[in-house]
Structure formats: C-alpha cells, structure tokens
Write a protein that binds this ligand. Structure first.
Ligand SMILES: NC(=O)c1ccc[n+]([C@@H]2O[C@H](COP(=O)([O-])OP(=O)(O)OC[C@H]3O[C@@H](n4cnc5c(N)ncnc54)[C@H](OP(=O)(O)O)[C@@H]3O)[C@@H](O)[C@H]2O)c1
Length: 284
C-alpha cells in the first residue's frame, strides 16, 4: 500500500487493520519483560553492517541493548545516544576468556537476556580451495562457528529463564555453493543447521530460534573479505541494488516482536538483482 506524504520514519507508527485501512498507533513502546524492565538484546558484530543496523533498530524500539565487537570506538559512538539502555561489551568473539569476562562484568540490569543476535562473522578471501590461505580458513571457523557457539552456550541458561529468542545470521552461502565460497559457506551451513539443532534441543523451553539467510548485501563484508580493497567492493555492488543492513534489521525486529507462540525457522532473502544459475560443467 502506498500512502502519499508518509515518511519512512512516520510509517513506523502506522499499521494496517484487518480490513486494510491504515491506522495510526502509538509510537513504539519499550518491550517489557516479565521483570517489568525493557527487554534486553545481545547483538554481536554491532560495530558495522547488519549488527549496527539491528542494534540501532532495537534501541529505537525501546529495547535495552548489549552491543559487542572488537572496535570499541564504534560501539561507544552507537551507545552514546542511549547511555541508560546500551552497554558496550567489547571483545574478540574468538577469545572465550574475554567472553567470560564480558559476561561477568554485565551490569545487573543487563543480566537477563531475552534476545541473542549472533551476527558477528566474516568471509576472508575469494580463492578456490587449492590456493586458499589456511590461516583465513581457521579464522572464519574460529569466528563464525566457535565464537558463535561459545557465546550461545554461555547465554543459554539466561535465554531459557527468559523464554527468549536466538537469531543466528547465516547466509545463502549455507545452501548454495560458489567457487571461492568453500569454508565461508561451510561455516554458514553450520550456523543454519546448528539453528535447527538448537530448536530441537530447546523443545519445551519456550525458547525460539531463527536462522536468517541473506544473499548479497552491501556492508563492510566485501571490504573485509578482500583485505580492504574498496575498488573490489565497489565493483561487486556496481549496478546492483543489494540488500541493505536496514532490511535485515527489519527482519530481526519483525521476528523479535512476534507473539511468543510463533517460531520462524529460517528466512532466505536475496536482492532482486541476484538469482541462482545452474551447475558448472568442465569439459576435457
Ligand atoms: N554482507 C553480506 O553480503 C552478507 C550476506 C549474508 C550473511 N552475512 C553475514 O552477516 C553477518 C554480518 O556481516 P556484515 O555483512 O554486516 O559485515 P560487516 O559490516 O563486516 O560486519 C561484521 C561484524 O562482525 C564483527 N566481527 C568480525 N570478526 C569479529 C571478531 N573476531 N570478534 C568480534 N566481532 C567480530 C565486526 O566487528 P569488529 O570488526 O569491530 O570486531 C563487525 O561488527 C556476518 O555473519 C556475515 O557472514 C553477510
């Protein structure tokens, strides 16, 4: 539905009635947990891209936020506008001792976690397997898999107590291989399958688990993957309207605000400019 004169900001305060009319509702109110505080979300990789947009969106909606990544200045810049509701937990997700310390240092009013968004992750390199760098392969596994499961394991008791929600950021690379995707795709396949496994294990606890699987999105992802090659990043997105970080934040906000009896297992999204194209055949 298109409504003339309705800005992106003001459209947040409207919803469509069952009969299709656009109704004005109250501005977003803080989500309230059972302890009568705003609900608390832990978002990893909040210094950039999806994570920053997700954190910003949830803060705007009234959530209490714990934001983590390695680049402290960026986290502090995001937290500055919400000093009461945003706690910076700066750590490298590959460092399990740093995760333990960060959790031990959480202020009391940030200790109950209702939502964990496992977003921190990266792809490194585009070489096919014979030319790939083993150090980069290990870093992807340490970050995308080991870091993710370590933090999840540490927070599971709190998520069970809160009957919370886990949203894991996977990728279309989890299901659709491409040359040079090797370990990155493998790590994301783990994330998608781990999400389903968690759902099975958490059966009966009320905890919900979703895997979000985006296709091509413009963030710092390609800059990181190519070791800071801005020209390569620009070339990849040239002439394309990729997914924006705010699009994924919208999905997270939607899932997080669903009634507690609904679980979205997975969401796969691509930009219209991207699609799938068959198998490759090598001929002698
Ligand atoms: N962009 C895409 O096309 C796309 C598509 C599908 C899925 N994804 C996935 O989406 C997630 C977010 O990526 P993005 O596209 O938003 O890329 P991005 O802009 O590069 O953001 C990646 C985030 O992960 C954090 N991170 C990386 N390594 C870390 C570590 N060792 N410890 C703690 N934090 C770490 C980074 O923070 P610091 O560098 O400050 O630590 C940054 O905040 C990733 O899991 C990625 O695989 C991306």
């Amino acid at each position: 539905m298109i409504v003339a004169g309705l800005s992106a900001e003001s459209s947040d305060n409207f919803h469509t009635s069952q009969s299709g009319y656009l109704l004005q509702s109250q501005p977003a109110l803080p989500r309230i947990a059972m302890n009568n505080h705003p609900k608390t979300a832990f978002v990893t990789g909040a210094s950039s891209g999806f994570g920053r947009a997700i954190a910003q969106r949830l803060l705007n909606e009234g959530w209490r936020l714990i934001i983590s990544a390695r680049r402290r200045e960026r986290l502090e810049a995001l937290a500055a506008a919400f000093p009461e509701r945003c706690h910076v937990a700066c750590f490298d997700i590959r460092d399990s001792a740093a995760i333990d310390s960060a959790l031990a240092e959480l202020p009391e009013n940030f200790a109950n976690i209702d939502l964990l968004v496992n977003n921190a992750g990266l792809a490194l390199g585009t070489a096919t397997a014979p030319q790939a760098d083993l150090v980069q392969w290990r870093q992807m596994i340490d970050t995308n898999i080991t870091g993710l499961i370590t933090l999840t394991h540490a927070l599971l008791p709190r998520l069970v107590t809160s009957r919370g929600l886990i949203i894991n950021i996977s990728s279309t690379a989890a299901r659709y291989p491409y040359p040079g995707g090797n370990v990155y795709g493998g790590s994301k396949a783990f994330v998608s399958q781990f999400s389903l496994g968690l759902r099975s294990d958490l059966h009966g606890t009320g905890v919900r688990v979703t895997s979000i699987e985006p296709g091509m999105a413009e963030t710092e992802f390609t800059l990181v993957r190519t070791g800071g090659n801005q020209a390569a990043s620009d070339a990849l997105y040239a002439g394309v309207t990729p997914i924006r970080a705010e699009d994924i934040a919208e999905q997270v906000a939607w899932i997080a605000n669903l009634p507690a009896h609904l679980n979205i297992n997975r969401i796969e999204t691509m930009p219209v400019n991207q699609s799938l194209a068959g198998f490759q055949v090598h001929r002698e």
